[in-house]
Design a protein around this ligand. Structure first.
Ligand SMILES: NC(=O)c1ccc[n+]([C@@H]2O[C@H](COP(=O)([O-])OP(=O)(O)OC[C@H]3O[C@@H](n4cnc5c(N)ncnc54)[C@H](OP(=O)(O)O)[C@@H]3O)[C@@H](O)[C@H]2O)c1
Length: 287
């Protein structure tokens, strides 16, 4: 007589899959441990006096929301490392630096240039960075992401800028963040990256990149929580920048308002709420 095979129910399958993934994760951790790799520990006896000045490192600071962030934090008395691809032609950022000659420094950085990322991390070795702020981002242009005539070279570029670079920069500047007082890694994400909120097809590259970015940063939040580092994602809302060129100004908010709302949300995040994805008004966004 043939043995009867009883199909496992979906709950059992789900449970077994969860168990398998847990075993794989534990094995991977043990593998990392066995290979001798451990993230470096912070210097001992770190102390932050009354006169401590926090530092923010911002990508894409020459225009739009990045420029507004640089202005906001400079105005709050922070030390600002404002990075951009082309400092020589960054007129608005150079004008801002002239207003804050003591505290705002401009550095050249294309976020996809990894040797340059590493060189900057070495240049700032020993400098605490309280807030590593991933702001630079591209949409890829809606005409390039129409199903049936996708431009996949553009897709690769979008992923490189929006997803790969923030992880690379987080890795390169992890020690600077770890030795700071506030210890935050924050990313300007987008509600376009919310799978729950997607109701119409559009912007395949951009949406996929922000969803991937969210998972990447959630993972980093889980990894760095025990080091006291807070990782989070903030949404600016529809903001009047080149990114939204063509849309009526009446439905867009000023970049300064978006930056100050996000800064408030960043300030409110702690290691207890690490991994959060927040709307401009501070409410949680669905994944
Ligand atoms: N505006 C909105 O309504 C909105 C809504 C949701 C999310 N966001 C997000 O907000 C962030 C900022 O967008 P924005 O509205 O300020 O857009 P934006 O005005 O188009 O500015 C984009 C910034 O990213 C920089 N950038 C692009 N590629 C780069 C690279 N390879 N290396 C370094 N910098 C690079 C640009 O520098 P260059 O001048 O050199 O190109 C520019 O400074 C983005 O992550 C975007 O996804 C915006």
């Amino acid at each position: 007589m043939q043995p009867r095979i009883i199909p496992p129910c979906s709950h059992t399958l789900h449970y077994l899959l969860g168990l398998l993934l847990t075993v794989l994760a534990v094995t991977a951790q043990a593998g990392a441990h066995r290979s001798g790799f451990e993230l470096p520990l912070p210097p001992e006896n770190l102390s932050f006096g009354e006169d401590y000045v926090p530092t923010v490192f911002i990508t894409g600071s020459n225009r739009g929301i990045g420029l507004a962030f640089a202005e906001y934090y400079a105005g709050q008395g922070w030390r600002v490392i404002a990075t951009c691809r082309k400092p020589d032609s960054a007129d608005a950022l150079n004008a801002l630096a002239a207003r804050y000659p003591e505290t705002l420094t401009i550095e050249q950085l294309d976020v996809t240039d990894f040797p340059r990322v590493d060189a900057l991390a070495r240049q700032y070795a020993g400098q605490p960075i309280d807030l590593l702020l991933h702001n630079a981002g591209i949409s890829g242009g809606s005409a390039n992401q129409v199903f049936g005539k996708m431009d996949f070279d553009v897709y690769s570029k979008v992923l490189q800028v929006n997803v790969v670079a923030p992880l690379k920069i987080s890795e390169a500047f992890f020690e600077h963040v770890q030795m700071s007082r506030d210890k935050k890694i924050m990313t300007v994400s987008s509600s376009e990256g919310s799978i729950t909120m997607a109701k119409q097809p559009r912007l395949y590259f951009y949406r996929a990149s922000k969803a991937a970015l969210n998972m990447e940063m959630k993972n980093l939040a889980l990894k760095l929580k025990r080091r006291g580092i807070t990782v989070g994602m903030v949404n600016p809302g529809m903001t009047d920048t080149d990114f939204m060129a063509g849309l009526p100004k009446s439905i867009l908010r000023p970049a300064g308002d978006a930056a100050s709302d996000m800064a408030r949300n960043i300030d409110g995040m702690t290691v207890d709420t690490t991994g959060a994805f927040l709307e401009a008004d501070g409410s949680p966004l669905p994944w």
